[in-house]
Design a protein around this ligand. Sequence first.
Ligand SMILES: [Zn+2]
Length: 283
Amino acid sequence: MHEIQFAEKEIAATEDKILELMVNADARDKQVKIAQAELKAEAAEIEKEKVEARERTAEDEKQLSEWRAKRDQMRAGVNEDLLRHYERVAKFRGSGISEVLDHKCMGCQVMLRPQIYNDVRTGQQTVVCDSCQRVLYFNPANEMQALEPEHKRSRRHHPKIDAPQAWYYRQEFADAGEVFLCFANAAGQATRRVFDMHTGRLVGDILIREGDFRHAFPEDITGAIRLNGSWTEREMENWGIEMPMTALDSLHIDLEAAQYEMKSRTSAKSEKPAAVPTEQAAS
Ligand SMILES: [Zn+2]
């Protein structure tokens, strides 16, 4: 009896297990079916992408061979020495030509000497950049875009009247010609530095007078154009007798903007009365 009872219990437990397994198998079956459907959809999507990629590649290859043919045709018209130079620079620097914008080689960002800049602008001869050797070219349309929006879009930032350091431009200064002047107030004293506006070299000695620079150097400030510029005393000490190109550039750019601003202000004033007679004459 005992053995029978034991065996029956075993049977019941096994039946439970079978039932459980069957339920699980059903759920698994469903999961497998879902996964198979997903796989099928994904495979179809990938097939579609493959076809698209093949089409793109064919189109790219067609364009590439067209461009290659155009390139060969154009190269045939270029001086061989120049081509060799171009190839060499392109291999070394990744590009063999560079646009000139705002007196600068866009390839290496170095300012061009005025003579070189003029040669590039006139386009009479081929000019290469002194510092990076790229062949230079000039596009007047881009030059206008590069210069104009800067003045027109963002209004020039105006220097603070009570700043401890102030930069000015003077057209004439003793016999130095055009200069940038830098004044600084510190500890009750005013310091004056004078720089040649073209070379950035310090002109004469650094002058120190008692009091605020506006009262200490009034004759230098009168008639001068106030500019944006701020460098620490330590930076300027490190400059030695010549300010770096970046500082000189930023003063030149601000001066240009200041002059542009002054010009447009005066022309805006005189425009209105002048516009009436011209319009009448035109009609
Ligand atoms: Zn360059």
